[in-house]
Design a protein around this ligand. Sequence first.
Ligand code: HMG
Ligand code: MG
Length: 298
Amino acid sequence: HNRSFVRIVEVGPRDGLQNEPVNVPTKVKIEFIDKLSETGLKSIEVTSFVSPKWVPQMKDSAEVYSGIKKRDDISYPVLVPNVKGMESAMKVGVKEIAVFASASEGFSQKNTNCSTQEGINRIKEIIDIAIKANIKVRGYISCVVGCPYDGQVHPSSVTKVTEALLSHGCYEISLGDTIGVGTRATIESLIKDLLNITTADKLAIHCHDTYGQALVNICIALEYGIRVVDSSVSGLGGCPYARGATGNVATEDLVYMLNGMGIDTGIDLKKLVEVGRYITDFIKKATCSKVNNALYSK
Ligand code: HMG
Ligand code: MG
């Protein structure tokens, strides 16, 4: 692993748009992703093959995945909740998927209509299919420090789910602070515990910025050797089953911070600022990125 390189996983098209009440036309989603592909990002989460009854915005997942221009040097993972979603994703030829479980029971029920253990069992079924088809699997764990239904979450709940997902075959676990309640202290103690059961190269961090702590929390993750960070351009998003949760840390702000630390991401910040404007103009929202505001049209 190159110590001075961080791989950013752009989740704007999925985590960013999934909670957007205004229907974003398929054509706009495709154009958005194609523009992201030109910024130097190496990983872009494109969409999710979830139930359209649960998340209507993602109902055009097959069309979006098929419609985008795919570059050989970029991964385009999609979120998959069950075997049905896996079958649909395979029909359009995905090469990487992301599965998701929750460290807390309350969120697991609300987000996937099953317990954490049932969720892990579903994931095992999906991964067994993926491995046979040579499809890479990334794992998410939600509510790694706090849950909108159950409150505080103990690190031991996270280590248990992490061990299960890694043993089933996820190549990496992204630690989701779904409602952005983590602080430097809680994230540090979580990572310390996780490093007793795995290594930093198996971990990624996924911070929603609800309480404005995301960049600080990412910094502590970097100090412990984590080199994969999820973010969403202009801080789009929120989870439909985590009320009050705002978007992910803004990719522009993350790139600016990493540039300042001398850490390479391969990303052209100017181009990224333009893509942030493109999508926030379309959904008629102000950018949530301070860096975007500072740099735009300068
Ligand atoms: P369920 O209602 O228990 O499942 O949902 P079901 O099997 O009874 O199916 C209900 C209906 O959905 C059926 O249709 C199925 O066919 C259909 P009907 O027979 O009534 O006409 N269906 C599907 N359709 C298309 N694709 C599918 C699919 N599956 C079922 N894959 C289920 C269970 C897991 C499907 C549902 O709860 C679901 O889709 N949940 C996903 C919710 C979601 O997308 N949440 C946001 C993503 S996670 C997140 O944001 C967190 C993350 O960012 C990290 C972090 O921040 O923490 C990753
Ligand atoms: Mg999320």
